[in-house]
Design a protein around this ligand. Sequence first.
Ligand SMILES: C[S@@+](CC[C@H](N)C(=O)[O-])C[C@H]1O[C@@H](n2cnc3c(N)ncnc32)[C@H](O)[C@@H]1O
Length: 273
Amino acid sequence: MLKRLVHSLKSLVASFYWLVVIGRWGIDSVFDAVYEGQSRSETFRKIFRDAFGAEYPEEVDTTGFLTVTDLHNAAKYLGVGPGQTFVDLACGRGGASLWVARETGANVVGIDISKVAIKDAKGRIGSFGLDGRADFRVADIAATGIPAGTFDGALSNDALFMVPDKQGAFREAAHILKPGARFAFTTWELDESMRIKDYHPILEQSGFEVELYEACPGWEVRQRAVHEQILANKEKLIQEMGKDAAGVWIMFSQVELPKLPLMRRIFVVARKK
Ligand SMILES: C[S@@+](CC[C@H](N)C(=O)[O-])C[C@H]1O[C@@H](n2cnc3c(N)ncnc32)[C@H](O)[C@@H]1O
């Protein structure tokens, strides 16, 4: 009982600190720091590798909880192919964008608010053999500036929960998609300021029809293992990633660990009407 109370208090303080950090420096600076530090840490990568086992998408090197199954699902449900182009909203370092583009034969445009992520993503195009078929741009996914009806599909992994203007982000996704195109994404449900309890209403209000909406198998076990190991390896991570990058993940793990039983990681496919 006392242990749970202490844990909840720590989570409350960390949640508050997390919102202050994002509010003060902006989500782009927070992620610039994360991306700069993360690539230096072998411990960080090992934590994910150990927690995910065969589900760890080694080549993709994601910044979230993306699995091999998620990647295959995205490629299967996006319904894109050669000669078509999909957009990856909040693409991070572009690993998932490039993997899905290679798998489907389609072209990709990745968008993220972090300059560091976009620079890294551009640098990875060649290693996936996708020169001329991938483009990465810095922009807010709630206001991309891209003309209506541009894309044949949209992807987004582990990012929509943190976008403050969610209505704007879903409206923008609908705006830049062609009618009938699919939006496949992973995110978390949780009835709190940064997240939504149920994505059906916002999708329907934004002009989508939900085709598939399901929990990702095994997500909680993997996420718990990652957070526990991040907190158990704090000092090592600070040493390898630097204080800023490690600090974001440590804070995130502190906030999230007690909330896991209240959350659900979901995979959704919605069709633009
Ligand atoms: C957890 S990471 C996931 C990145 C990537 N999708 C992946 O799976 O590796 C979340 C990403 O969302 C981006 N992001 C957050 N808010 C954004 C916004 N409003 N517009 C564009 N990108 C945003 C961050 O910069 C970060 O790269």
